[in-house]
Design a protein around this ligand. Structure first.
Ligand SMILES: Cc1cc2nc3c(=O)[nH]c(=O)nc-3n(C[C@H](O)[C@H](O)[C@H](O)COP(=O)(O)OP(=O)(O)OC[C@H]3O[C@@H](n4cnc5c(N)ncnc54)[C@H](O)[C@@H]3O)c2cc1C
Length: 374
C-alpha cells in the first residue's frame, strides 16, 4: 500500500494529526494498535482540564487557542461540544507555580487573566480550605475538554475527509529510507513519503534514543458528602490547579454529570520509568488512594475523600516537562512527551504536525518543543 503520510498511534496527538492532514487533502493512513478511543494509553476517561494561561510555558497559549478554534469548527459540523469554557483557577501562594506561571502566560502571551485576593477566593469559592497565603489567578478562557469522545471525533472527521484507518493494528517497524519510509505491521506494509509517530508512552519503542519516561498516573473521581449539595457542580467548582506550600498539589474540576468530581494529586506518582507494556493496571488501596484522600480531606472538607471511581492511566515525561513535537528526520515527524498536560493542546499540535509534514510555516513558534533540543 502507498500513502503520502502514515500516522502511527491514534491517541490525542495522532488522531488530531490525521484529521488536520486529511483536511488538507493529503493521502493519509492512520494506524492504531488498539480500538479508537481506548483505555490503555493516556487519552481515556471523560475529561481533561483546558487552560489558556498555561503555567507550563507561555508558548502553549497559542496552541491551546488553536485547539479551541479547531474544536469549535469541528463542533459546528458534528453538533458536539469539545470544550466547555467555565473558567479556571490557578491557586497557591504568590510564588507558587500555578500563580506565577499563569501570570507569566498573561504577560508574555496575552492570555487575559484576573488576580483574586485571598478574601475574594474565600468568598467566591467556599469549597476550598485555603492556606493563609493562598491567592489565585482566574483564567476565564479555561474550562474542561472531553477526552475519549474527542479522539473518536478526530478520527471520524479524518475518515469523512478521506483518511484510511487501520485500528487493532500494531506497527512493528519503521524503515526510514532515503526516498521513502516503510511502515510495517504483521498484516500490511505501507510505503509513504513521511511518517508521523505519535505513540505516546510507546514512542521510545519505535523511535529509540528519546529521553522519555512513562509514569503510571491513575485517574480518580469523587462525590460530595451531601448528595444534594450544589457546591461541586461544574459551574460552582470550575477546573483548578492548586499548589500547596510543600510543593505537592491538587488539580481537578466539578461536574454536572452525577456529581462525579475529578481530582488528582501532583507530586505523588510512585512509578516512573515504567514499561507501558508492563503497566500495573491494578489499583492499590494504600499506595494509590491514601495520600490523595488525605489531601482531599484537608483541602475540600465537603467532598467525600473516598473515590467512587478510578482508572489507571499514563503520563510520559520529558526532561524539561515540554512536549516533543517536530521533525526528527527527513522522513520522520514525532509528537510525544506529553508530560501530563497535552490533551488541551492536541488539536493545536495536530495542526502543527500537519504544517510541519506538508512544509507549511507553523502558526506559532515551536522551538520550545523541538524534539532535537535534547
Ligand atoms: C491522570 C491524567 C490526567 C491528565 N490531565 C490532563 C489535563 O487535565 N489536561 C491536559 O491537557 N492533559 C492532561 N493529561 C495529559 C493528556 O491526557 C496527554 O497529554 C495525552 O492524552 C497524550 O496523548 P498521546 O497522543 O501522546 O498519547 P496516547 O493518547 O496514549 O496515544 C498514543 C497511541 O499510540 C498507540 N500505539 C502505541 N504503540 C503503537 C504501535 N506500535 N502501533 C500502533 N499504535 C500504537 C496507543 O495505543 C495509543 O492509542 C492527563 C493525563 C493523565 C494520565
Amino acid at each position: 500500500m502507498r500513502a503520502d503520510v502514515v500516522v502511527v498511534g491514534l491517541g490525542a496527538f495522532g488522531s488530531a494529526a490525521l484529521w488536520r492532514l486529511a483536511s488538507r487533502g493529503v493521502n493519509v493512513v492512520g494506524i492504531e494498535r488498539q480500538g479508537i478511543g481506548h483505555p490503555f494509553g493516556s487519552s481515556h476517561g471523560t475529561t481533561r482540564l483546558f487552560r489558556v494561561a498555561c503555567m507550563e510555558h507561555p508558548g502553549l497559549t497559542p496552541i491551546a487557542r488553536k485547539s479551541l478554534e479547531l474544536w469549535t469548527q469541528l463542533g459546528e459540523g458534528t453538533g458536539e461540544v469539545y470544550v466547555r469554557q467555565t473558567g479556571s483557577l490557578n491557586v497557591g501562594g504568590p510564588k507558587s507555580r500555578p500563580v506565577r506561571g499563569a501570570r507569566q502566560a498573561a504577560a508574555e502571551a496575552g492570555a487575559p487573566t484576573t488576580d483574586l485576593t485571598h478574601d475574594e477566593l474565600v468568598e467566591r469559592f467556599p469549597q476550598y480550605d485555603l492556606a493563609a497565603e493562598d491567592v489565585a489567578v482566574w483564567d476565564p478562557g479555561a474550562g474542561i475538554c472531553y477526552a475519549e469522545p474527542t479522539v473518536r471525533a478526530h478520527v471520524a472527521e479524518a475518515q469523512r475527509l478521506g483518511a484510511t484507518v487501520f485500528p487493532h493494528t500494531m506497527v512493528t517497524a519503521i524503515d526510514l529510507g532515503r526516498d521513502e519510509v516503510t511502515v510495517r505491521t504483521p498484516t500490511i506494509s505501507i510505503t509513504a513519503d513521511q511518517v508521523v509517530v505519535a505513540t505516546g508512552a510507546w514512542l521510545s519503542k519505535l523511535v529509540p534514543a528519546l529521553p522519555l519516561s512513562p509514569r503510571r498516573t491513575p485517574l480518580f473521581w469523587f462525590q460530595p458528602r451531601d448528595p444534594a449539595s450544589e457546591a461541586f457542580r461544574l459551574s460552582n467548582f470550575p477546573s483548578f490547579i492548586w499548589e500547596f506550600a510543600d510543593g505537592r498539589g491538587l488539580w481537578g474540576h466539578g461536574s454536572d454529570e452525577d456529581f462525579l468530581v475529578k481530582v488528582g494529586l501532583d507530586g505523588a506518582e510512585r512509578e516512573r520509568g515504567v514499561d507501558p507494556d508492563e503497566l500495573d493496571r491494578y489499583i492499590h488501596p494504600r499506595e494509590d488512594i491514601a495520600e490523595l484522600s488525605t489531601a482531599i480531606g484537608h483541602a475540600f472538607p465537603d467532598l467525600d475523600p473516598e473515590p467512587v471511581k478510578l482508572m489507571p492511566c499514563m503520563v510520559t515525561d520529558s526532561p524539561d516537562g515540554q512536549f516533543l513535537v517536530g521533525r526528527y528526520d527527513e522522513r520522520l515527524v514525532i509528537a510525544g512527551g506529553d508530560s501530563g498536560h497535552g490533551f488541551k493542546h492536541c488539536a493545536g499540535v495536530g495542526e502543527l504536525l500537519a504544517q510541519i509534514t506538508t512544509k507549511e510555516t507553523p502558526y506559532t513558534d515551536v522551538s520550545f518543543v523541538d524534539p532535537l533540543r535534547f
